[in-house]
Design a protein. Sequence first.
Length: 417
Amino acid sequence: MSSYLQSKKTLGINGAGRIGKLTLWHHLNDGHFDYFVINTGRDVGKKLEDLIDYLVKDSTFGSLDRFMYGYSGNTCKIEIKDRESNLFTINEVPVKITTYSRNPREINWAREGVQLVIECTGSHVDPAAPADRPKGSVRGHLEAGAEKVIVSAPFKVADEAQKLPADSCMFVYGINHDKYDPSTHHILSAASCTTTGLSHMIKPLLETRETANIITASMSTVHAATNNQNILDAVPKAGTSDLRKNRSIFNNIILTSTGAANALEEIMPEIKNVGFMADSVRIPTNTSSLIMLNVTFRTGLNASGEPLVNRDLVNEIYRKAAAGSQKGMVVYSDKQNVSTDLAGFPAAIVIEGVETHSRTGFISLNTDIMEEHGVDAPADINIPVTHAKIFGWYDNELGSYVNLLGKLAVYVDKNMP
């Protein structure tokens, strides 16, 4: 490794797909890292300019120029420095493309001076898989010279008999990232886009006395299309359980599952005590998704007999969160938004306050059994419960997920042992 590289804060990115490319955009704008090594694992296009063209243009978010400078007319300065080593600069920030291998173990991160890697291929999400697995493993990055790896997806341990290794943990920035231990955690997961938004919706409720007693909750995400869906109908692969994902996303609203509830329990263990359900509805848009959160609270009544939990209280909870500990990650809005308004918007979740609803009912307890045991009891006991419906927008690509993934990467880098 050259002395030049030793003076740089280098970030490795494995995979140049949706999250890989947008991760580069985020950090070019953020400025914490000043050298990037992107491993594509294969040759791309006919020449280096073809990959550069892909990296600086995007059908969803426009050009890198637009992302960096808006409509000012300013442009990014791109120069090829060394064609043989696939080295170029964007605004004088070096970006190197490597084509070592798709197997993380065969990527020579040590030679490239990379300590921190963001794994963006979506193929290596099992931290329990051995580094020498023929098809590759996220653990292979460590053998290749990296010290820390952040997976841009939830962990999935293939062998259900195995537990999550002690050196692996799932984090969402602003929720539990402060539990990161540099001496212990070497493989991290940044969870999913939906888990990121959902956890930031749940956190203020759990931290408020009136809403902390959650009886049950459910979530549906109306989710933009992703690259694991088909443009046109396709034959399902062997063993496919969800046939709907093989149908054309151009032409359908597709009901499917989501692992957000399971991942949420890893991020916020207190949720394990709540009966939580989650599902997903895929729609033919290219980004920005919507969480519809239904929560039932055990509540009380004030001196006037009105429920303590109501629409105004819920909205005020989110206003305070947006101005307090979750500032910049939770945004409260009284506007009537549509999905394109949130494309690229830098927040984990944007609460659509005008659509918050609540209703309070009563659970009646039969007291006959108490009287049978000689205990005096009223004719009935009515326990108030409040059901609230809360809507939250999140840009499942750049604005919410990549933004908080980027904050997590900077936090890990700053705490590198």
